[in-house]
Design a binder for this molecule. Structure first.
Ligand SMILES: C[S@@+](CC[C@H](N)C(=O)[O-])C[C@H]1O[C@@H](n2cnc3c(N)ncnc32)[C@H](O)[C@@H]1O
Length: 254
């Protein structure tokens, strides 16, 4: 009998499929172009190369990133602050299928508790749902110290001053416009206790690793400076910034 394993899903799986299909179409156009003499051949070759650069590059890059992530032992980053707090209450916003949230729950000291909220967008992660994250928590043995529910970053379903730590791993770039991001930051500030910690992980738009993985899609992400300013604007003090191969982790305090 096979043992059931947690399913963390693939990030942007549908997008990866669509990009690879269009990119492979570009490869066919290139091959046809190379076999036709004259101007038409040149034009088809250029279109083929352009389609491959725009679509096949991120298609293959993001698929590779997902494969690497699924093989990697996830490590919880920036959570050394947990040891400084007695019975910490942690909120993970945009918990998805629980890849980061469950690791945080595992590293909680005695008496600590993790709450996870998400709008469970299935285009962001395959199989993204409340049922999936609950099942993953069960399989990872952290059900007793974690609670997951539906909730948006811009309208956090908790009272003021409840959490010692709020964390967001690769979530804020998905909160569309700048006003909504500011609203989310105000909500985070509201639910954090005085001197509470904020951890924000985001890909840095200008890192070569992000460009290698996502090609033209690097534009979806923002620069380190952008996040730095957004965090400071809400009155947080930035304590630390750590770069994990293009993925930056800000630690800030209320
Ligand atoms: C790239 S995934 C990251 C998931 C998870 N943090 C992890 O480390 O695997 C982004 C997640 O943010 C969620 N999300 C997007 N906008 C949100 C919002 N306004 N409020 C809460 N979650 C949101 C998506 O549904 C998705 O699960």
């Amino acid at each position: 009998m096979s043992e059931e394993k947690p399913k963390y899903g693939w990030y942007v799986k549908n997008l990866i499929l669509a990009f690879n299909i269009i990119g492979l179409f570009g490869l066919i156009v290139l091959i046809i172009g190379l076999n036709i003499l004259g101007m038409l051949g040149v034009i088809l070759s250029i279109i083929g190369i352009a389609l491959m650069l725009l679509f096949l590059w991120p298609g293959i890059g993001l698929a590779t990133m997902n494969i690497i992530l699924s093989k990697e032992n996830s490590e919880v980053r920036g959570m050394d602050i947990l040891s400084k707090i007695q019975s910490p209450r942690v909120l993970d916003i945009g918990c998805g299928t629980g890849r980061t949230a469950i690791e945080i729950a595992k590293s909680l000291p005695k008496g600590g508790h993790l709450n996870g909220i998400d709008i469970y967008n299935s285009n962001a992660i395959s199989g993204n749902s409340l049922a999936t994250v609950n099942r993953n928590a069960e399989l990872e043995g952290v059900s007793d110290k974690s609670t997951f529910q539906y909730g948006s970053a811009t309208e956090i379903p908790f009272e003021d001053n409840k959490f010692n730590i709020v964390s967001l791993s690769s979530v804020l770039h998905e909160v569309h416009d700048y006003e909504s991001k500011e609203r989310a930051m105000k909500e985070i500030r509201r639910v954090l206790k005085p001197k509470g910690f904020l951890l924000i992980g985001e890909w840095n738009r200008y890192s070569w690793q992000l460009i290698l993985y996502s090609g033209i899609l690097y534009m979806v992400f923002r620069s380190r400076k952008y996040w730095d300013e957004l965090i400071r604007k809400q009155g947080f003090t930035i304590l630390n910034y750590e770069n994990f191969g293009g993925y930056g982790l800000f630690t800030a305090q209320k």
